[in-house]
Design a protein around this ligand. Structure first.
Ligand SMILES: NC(=O)c1ccc[n+]([C@@H]2O[C@H](COP(=O)([O-])OP(=O)(O)OC[C@H]3O[C@@H](n4cnc5c(N)ncnc54)[C@H](O)[C@@H]3O)[C@@H](O)[C@H]2O)c1
Length: 430
């Protein structure tokens, strides 16, 4: 089985399936199609499937001139029908892994995808889980759904975990040139997984088990979350002492060793940093270990939207204006610059908190024309900025006209240091 599959992979005859065509799955599908494989994307969303098949790419990091020819040539297609798996040799699972309200892992997407895969699964296949999850998921949750007495992992099929590290909006590092860690249930699984990725991606890093590979991703994201928490706490301290935290970090970053800059901000956002560390703390709690750094950083990062709202209120009060009734314009609502993703965006919390204190809210974001949350819908309205009593920069998109902003706005709360180097009484920095 192993040799036969490896041969199909080497000569690009393996038929590749990607389950979940989102920010992770679609770029991966494109890389394998570009490498010469026939790729089928499987997603529950009929609209995403229709868009892919029409050559209409909805992920900003993928260029239309790359995408369209892959679809037109039949190298890349999509379906909602899991029955396609019958014809496939490999399947990568890239479905969401959110948190429940209680901050416990929501495994329902992985389980439901695996139930569907299990229906059409056959000998000789390679299955790779890519969704970020707690250590043990591949061996404890996915493996029992695929293996039985007649079909044994490492012999009849191959199962791996490979964390996805894609960073949407990053022009330098994208799916193809981010090293790919992969760990299998058995050494044979790791071999096949590593061979598979090496066909389409620049560098593969094999590790000894699925648990190691799962933990790699959680270490990376926990490292980031905790360091952002430290930067946020330093920002709060600096705020009290009237010190410019941005200048402090910039100067500290000149140290050529032993320091890596992380920056404060209005709060964590996105589908990874605010969520993934809680997959780890949930799992370690079961082993009797409290993940104290994660809890602490989660607490500090969670205070940032309120910290921003207090800054806005204090800045208005200092100018003799109450927050209640004031017009506040939120500039940028995506969770980070130059992307359209608002999942977990701190802008949502900031808008709600300001509204609760009686402010009148508008926003503008060229990447997010409509903002739907909590049963309400706001529309991006750049013109309303001119009437605002205060503009809050929540996302520092590169395309914003900061010079025009300086002219128009009577007061600016800058949570991203977007106005770095600009000296004005109008600006209140984090
Ligand atoms: N977005 C990122 O920057 C990023 C980076 C690294 C890792 N990850 C991880 O990758 C995983 C996927 O994230 P994403 O951002 O691509 O999510 P996404 O929401 O953009 O895409 C997930 C896709 O899966 C589909 N889907 C859901 N359930 C399905 C099912 N049962 N069968 C088939 N399709 C199904 C959805 O319709 C959606 O198109 C998550 O675990 C996430 O934590 C995301």
């Amino acid at each position: 089985m192993k040799q036969a599959l490896e041969e199909k992979i080497r000569n690009r005859k393996a038929r590749v399936g990607i389950v979940g065509l989102g920010y992770v799955g679609l770029p991966l599908a494109v890389e394998f199609a570009k490498a010469g494989f026939e790729v089928v994307g499987i997603d529950l969303s009929e609209s995403k499937v229709a868009k892919v098949n029409a050559g209409d790419c909805y992920i900003a990091d993928i260029q239309a001139r790359v995408f369209e020819p892959l679809v037109n040539s039949g190298k890349l297609r999509a379906t909602t029908d899991f029955g396609a798996i019958t014809e496939l040799d490999t399947v990568n699972i890239c479905v969401p892994t959110p948190l429940r309200k209680t901050k416990d892992p929501d495994m329902s997407y992985i389980i439901s995808a695996c139930q569907q895969i299990a229906k059409f699964f056959h000998k000789g296949m390679l299955v790779i889980l890519e969704s970020t999850t707690y250590p043990g998921t591949t061996a404890e949750v996915v493996l029992p759904m695929l293996e039985d007495e007649g079909i044994k992992v490492g012999r009849d099929f191959f199962l791996c975990f490979s964390p996805e590290r894609v960073d949407p909006g990053n022009p330098k590092y994208q799916t193809a040139n981010i090293p790919k860690v992969v760990g299998g249930c058995t050494p044979a699984c790791t071999d096949v997984g590593a061979l598979f990725y090496s066909q389409a991606l620049e560098k593969v890093v094999p590790v000894s088990s699925t648990q190691v590979a799962e933990m790699v991703k959680l270490l990376e994201n926990t490292f980031r979350m905790i360091n952002i928490g430290l930067a946020n706490e330093i920002a709060m301290m600096c705020g009290r002492m009237n010190i410019n935290v941005w200048e402090v970090i910039e100067a500290a970053a000149t140290k050529p060793f032993g320091f890596m800059p992380f920056y404060p901000g209005p709060g964590l956002g996105g589908h990874c940093i605010p969520i993934d560390p809680f997959y780890l703390s949930w799992k370690t709690k079961q082993a009797g270990i409290e993940a104290r750094f994660i809890e602490l950083a989660g607490h500090i990062n969670g205070q940032m939207p309120m910290f921003v709202v207090d800054k806005v209120q204090n800045a208005l009060n200092d100018r003799g204006k109450p927050l209640k009734g004031s017009r506040i314009h939120i500039l940028g609502v995506a969770y980070k610059k130059d992307i359209d993703d608002v999942r977990e965006s701190p802008a949502l919390d900031i808008i709600q908190l300001l509204e609760r204190r009686g402010a009148k809210l508008t926003y503008s974001d060229p990447y997010v024309p409509h903002l739907r949350f909590d049963a309400k819908e706001l529309c991006s309205d750049e013109d309303s900025m001119a009437q605002a009593d205060c503009v809050v920069i929540v996302t520092d998109h590169t395309g914003f006209d900061y010079t025009a902003l300086m002219e128009k706005a009577p007061l600016i709360v800058d949570t991203r240091n977007a106005l770095k180097g600009v000296v004005s009484d109008k600006i209140v920095r984090l």
